[in-house]
Write a protein that binds this ligand. Structure first.
Ligand code: XUL
Length: 534
């Protein structure tokens, strides 16, 4: 087949601040990328960072769903201007910020099925939403609903066992329950509730698209073992909720051909397949091509760990989600709030704001930092639930400060990675001979920091050149879903270059960090106990 007619795949990512697209060729190489920035490209919606925070109630964080609709038309126009031949696109998949919910008003299904190609989507869908503002993952206004969800099934551990997570305020179940309780008019006028991911898929397929198992695992109402909605939890989140949520499907389901709107307006082929959309974190797992035994460590504003799990685990901290690639597997996700922000604070106080000096200080201290261990949390941390700075010397005695900047810098980085190893091990992660730590995110370009990561885990660290793993994951999923009958995911993506080795652990690493890990756990247990007692 010639270049002209060779197939391409389109991946979309509706994140908090922008809608992004990537077109890849049959070898999964990137051909074109484009994005629509919500604040700058759609100023009429008056978002800041893509969101609207209620002035009188800052825990309420929303985004206008019509802005997302408008962004889709704009993005496809940008791709067209870049020369993308939509007729070659065989499949489209995508991902979106997790947990956010969209409320389609009565009659919207008909609107979706009859979209007119000569009019913009946002003109036709301006009355399609029972509420124009969708609650998103940054919202934390649902503590009351969270309590009800946990009580309903017998406590946080039980909820975590069923749904993969204890109750979280940003999770969709609590968000839906809050709308049902506080805005019964909106709830009553809702025909269908989509996640942000299945909402974008609905626009493309011209009908309500089902929620996929992986993103559905971020709702606190899906039973991650049976992959069905849990009746008890449905009942406390809203009347007739099952009808409003529809069925769930595996993340690699071909939902059917693209809506005629896109065929006529942009020239897509009539048989271009729309693959279920999923959450950005599951899509990241796909984009990184995480294998069993690997640990992905995303070092950004907040730090996140991803793990492949063969079976669900029950832990009250962290999240277990259905795996987006393998219907029998799961994935674990652990979020740490204090990532780059805390690293930057210590860089500013100990290294005058210079990463170069920070790295020199880190390099000038020995592995194990003379026995000093510290924990630094600017914001209240998720795991462990602590805040503030906690410094300890080699005798595990609490001290108020370290005598040198070198020790402070190493204590920060070692402390952050000891925490990650401790919680990854709680999730069942074991360092084996094939273990790879895959580092992504802003800090993954700092090799001095990655060396500490490698030593603390006693495993080699690899990095990718690409930074947008979720977006690429969406494009890979489009090809995988359409070809999985003949080839598995590994075969389909084997063309892509492997991540590059960045650092290997020193031979003494395990003998230094294994005992420190035990001390770290002891220190955390003590701090948590002191908090409970006070
Ligand atoms: C995950 C979460 C965020 C959003 C951001 O639980 O809340 O990572 O998915 O896009």
């Amino acid at each position: 087949m010639g270049e002209y007619s060779s197939p391409t795949y389109l991946g979309l990512d509706l994140s908090t601040q922008q809608l992004k697209a990537v077109v890849v060729d049959d070898n999964l190489e990137v051909l074109v990328e484009a994005n629509v920035q919500f604040d700058n490209d759609l100023p009429e919606f008056r978002t800041y960072g893509g969101v609207i925070i209620r002035k009188d109630a800052p825990s309420v964080v929303q985004a206008p769903c019509l802005m997302w609709v408008k962004a889709l038309d704009m993005l496809l126009d940008k791709l067209r201007v870049s020369g993308v031949d939509f007729a070659r696109v065989r499949g489209i998949s995508g991902c979106a910020q997790q947990h956010g919910t969209v409320y389609w008003s009565k009659g919207s299904r008909e609107l979706l099925k009859n979209l007119k190609p000569d009019r913009f989507l946002h003109e036709q869908l301006c009355n399609a939403f029972a509420t124009n503002n969708s609650p998103i993952w940054m919202d934390s206004s649902t503590s009351q609903e969270c309590e009800i969800l946990e009580q309903t099934v017998g406590g946080p551990d039980k909820l975590a066992e069923i749904t993969g997570s204890k109750a979280y305020e940003r999770f969709s179940g609590a968000q839906i329950a809050k709308i049902w309780r506080t805005r019964p008019d909106i709830y009553a006028n809702t025909e269908r509730i989509s996640l942000v991911s299945s909402f974008v898929a609905s626009l493309l397929v011209g009908d309500y698209a089902p929620i996929d198992y992986s993103d559905g695992s971020g709702m606190n109402i899906l039973d991650i073992r049976t992959k069905k909605w849990n009746d008890q939890l449905l009942q406390v989140c809203g009347i007739n909720l099952q009808d409003k949520l529809g069925e769930t499907v595996s993340s690699y389901t071909n939902l059917g051909p693209i809506s005629n709107y896109f065929v006529e307006r942009f020239g897509f082929a009539e048989d271009c397949g729309i693959i279920a959309f999923t959450g950005d974190n599951p899509a990241s797992l796909i984009g990184m091509r995480l294998k069993k035994g690997d640990l992905a460590c995303s070092l950004g504003t907040s730090d996140t760990l991803f793990l492949w799990l063969d079976a669900p685990k029950t832990l009250t901290e962290g999240h277990v989600l259905c795996n987006p690639i393998d219907g029998d597997a799961y994935m674990a996700m652990l979020c740490f709030k204090n990532g780059s922000f805390t690293r930057e604070r210590i860089r500013d106080t100990a290294a005058g704001g210079s990463w170069q000096i920070f790295n020199e200080l880190l390099d000038s201290t020995p592995r194990g930092n003379f026995g000093n261990i510290a924990l630094y949390f600017d914001a209240p941390e998720i795991i462990p639930a602590l805040v503030g700075d906690h410094r300890f010397n080699k005798a595990d005695e609490r001290i108020s400060r370290y005598s040198s900047k070198e020790v402070e810098v190493r204590a920060l980085i070692e402390g952050q990675f000891l925490a990650k190893r401790a919680y990854a091990e709680d999730f069942g992660f074991v360092v084996g001979s094939n273990t790879r730590i895959i580092a992504t995110g802003g800090t993954s370009s700092n090799k001095t920091v990655l060396q500490v990561l490698s030593d603390v885990f006693n495993a080699p660290v690899y990095t990718f050149e690409m930074t947008n793993s979720a977006l690429l994951g969406a494009a890979y999923q489009a090809k995988h879903a359409l070809h999985r009958e003949n080839n598995n995911f590994e075969e389909i993506t084997s063309i892509i270059p492997e991540p590059k080795l960045a650092c290997k652990p020193f031979s003494d690493a395990e003998s230094i960090y294994r005992p420190m890990l035990a001390r770290y756990r002891k220190i955390v247990a003590q701090l948590l106990k002191q908090n409970d007692d006070s």
